[in-house]
Design a protein around this ligand. Structure first.
Ligand code: HEC
Length: 389
């Protein structure tokens, strides 16, 4: 029976009561996890190639590979052998990504990667106990096979794609702060990432950047040159296009009856929603809700867009609950979504009431059209937003 001590998950699991932390950059975590796997593989391959010989040399290789996988905070970490990875270890990075309230389209791939890292770590552990060179090598070969699955391949999504597949085909491929756009429309700017319901549909690069070579960790199914941009459509683009078609059918059949009724949320809810906003929305919509990578979500500019498109409260609710955060739709709890809705309504100067904004949809929302609130006194005269204190 082989066992391996992995205290890391416990160390990194943050309690629910923890103060709001800055958004975890899942993209950076995935890249760091991959780098640690590659460092581990390099250690194993070097020794398998007969670069170094003797019992001491191969023990060292297995320990170093293990260190890169489990990270410094794990009991399996052997300090004296040094670490070819970054100290957090593949498992540390993967646990950070999995330690979330909700799930993403890429969650199964990351869970699969974690299972394969654990399998590889067990094989390394076993290799460390072997006296015979042949058995040692058999263990390392098994470890390498598991690590190949962790890396996966860009052309495949889901569990089989491993980390590269998730980076190449889902919102995990979008760096924090990068410009994301709706993958349903043709790109207008580069660099930009086209996303549809968690799928990465395209990466638009300036032609100058693309001519230096297309990064091979992208999953390129189709290349379209468009003006001074090169648009790389991913293997997930076809799937994304089907989703766009069904979404636009929905849009056309939705009819909004204009007859104002009460919009309700509580002050406490709006305050809680402000924290949700800071953690999950601010990066794209800005500290003043003025819009940065995404459009504005409060104030004169937002209300003008809402009126131009005849948005009802139901449309706004659907956008927020089902399509946001853009990079990770549907990943928050209904309570968090209701809170952030309250925060948006308050920031748009809608008066608070006694009843909280509900976590479930109500048919009456379709009858409430969004418009500038009469007699509102926006504190931020320039943007036209109201503060939430
Ligand atoms: C990764 C960037 C990103 C994050 C994070 C994000 N959004 Fe968005 N959001 C966008 C983009 C891009 C659009 C425009 C979508 C489109 O045109 O299809 C958008 C549109 C919206 C809209 C509609 C506004 C309009 O004019 O189209 C609302 C409301 C909104 N987001 C709210 C939120 C909320 C609330 C959160 C946090 C829970 C959030 N967003 C997180 C990028 C983001």
């Amino acid at each position: 029976m082989r066992t391996i001590a992995l205290g890391l998950a416990a160390v990194l699991t943050l309690s629910g009561a923890a103060p709001a932390r800055s958004p975890v950059d899942d993209h950076a975590s995935a890249l760091a996890a991959l780098a640690d796997v590659r460092a581990a593989v390099a250690e194993i391959v070097r020794i398998e190639d007969g670069y170094a010989v003797g019992h001491g040399a191969y023990l060292r290789a297995a320990h170093r590979a293990m260190n890169a996988l489990v990270g410094r905070r794990d009991d399996g970490y052997a300090k004296s052998f040094g670490d070819p990875g970054d100290g957090v270890g593949t498992l540390g990075h993967l646990d950070l990504m999995l330690d979330k309230a909700g799930t993403s389209l890429w969650t199964p791939a990351v869970q699969g990667a974690k299972a394969n890292v654990l399998a590889a770590a067990e094989d390394l552990q076993s290799a460390l106990a072997q006296k015979e060179m042949e058995e040692y090598q058999a263990d390392l070969t098994r470890a390498l096979a598991s690590l190949a699955l962790v890396v996966g391949r860009p052309s495949q999504s889901g569990v089989l794609g491993g980390l590269s597949g998730a980076l190449a085909n889902t919102s995990l491929g979008v760096p924090l702060g990068a410009l994301s756009a709706s993958g349903c429309a043709a790109p207008v700017r580069a660099p930009a990432y086209g996303v549809v319901a968690g799928r990465l549909a395209y990466v638009a690069l300036p032609r100058s950047a693309a001519s230096a070579g297309i990064p091979d960790d992208l999953s390129v199914a189709r290349v379209v040159v468009q003006g001074d941009m090169v648009v790389l459509y991913t293997h997930a683009a076809r799937d994304a296009a089907a989703l766009c078609r069904s979404a636009s059918r929905l849009q056309r059949t939705r009819s909004v009856v204009a007859s104002p009724s009460q919009i309700s949320y509580t002050v406490a809810q709006a305050r809680a929603g402000a924290a949700v906003y800071r953690r999950y929305c601010l990066q794209c919509h800005g500290a003043d809700l003025q819009g940065t990578a995404g459009p504005s979500v409060a104030g004169a500019d937002f209300v003008a867009t809402a009126q131009r498109n005849s948005w009802s409260l139901s449309d706004l609710r659907t956008t927020v609950f089902e399509n946001m955060p853009f990079s990770n739709p549907g990943s928050l709890t209904p309570k968090q979504y209701a809170g952030v809705m309250a925060f948006l309504l308050a920031s748009n100067c809608y008066p608070s009431g006694a009843k909280p904004f509900p976590p479930t949809a109500s048919p009456s929302f379709a009858k409430v059209k969004l418009a500038a609130v009469p007699r509102a006194k926006p504190a931020n005269a320039k943007l036209g937003t109201c503060p939430v204190k």
